[in-house]
Design a protein around this ligand. Structure first.
Ligand SMILES: [Zn+2]
Length: 97
């Protein structure tokens, strides 16, 4: 599995699906990788859930440009977790979605 440091995305191919960069390095278990996008309301309970399982996570506010411009609450989060936790977290997202 490869890892794009620019996008924090783990991918199987030689090229990052997000930015197209080709010089990817092998992913490390400690790397924070994009796990998915979650609704804002769900993000806060998810964070608690992950903490209960001792899974580190980073939630980045994600919204449309217009909302950001008017300083409205952002609609969703991008969720990043360590690569070693990625499968587990994807399972949690599936179960709770
Ligand atoms: Zn990239």
């Amino acid at each position: 599995m490869n890892f794009c440091e620019g996008c924090n995305i783990a991918c199987e191919g030689e090229r990052c699906p997000q930015c197209g960069r080709k010089k990817l390095r092998a992913v490390d278990g400690e790397d924070f990788c994009l796990a998915g996008r979650v609704e804002r309301a769900f993000g806060d309970s998810l964070k608690e859930h992950l903490q209960n399982e001792n899974i580190d996570c980073v939630l980045m506010p994600y919204g449309t440009g217009v909302r950001a411009k008017f300083a409205l609450p952002l609609e969703s989060y991008l969720l990043y977790v360590r690569y070693k936790h990625l499968d587990r977290v994807r399972q949690i997202l599936k179960d709770e979605a």
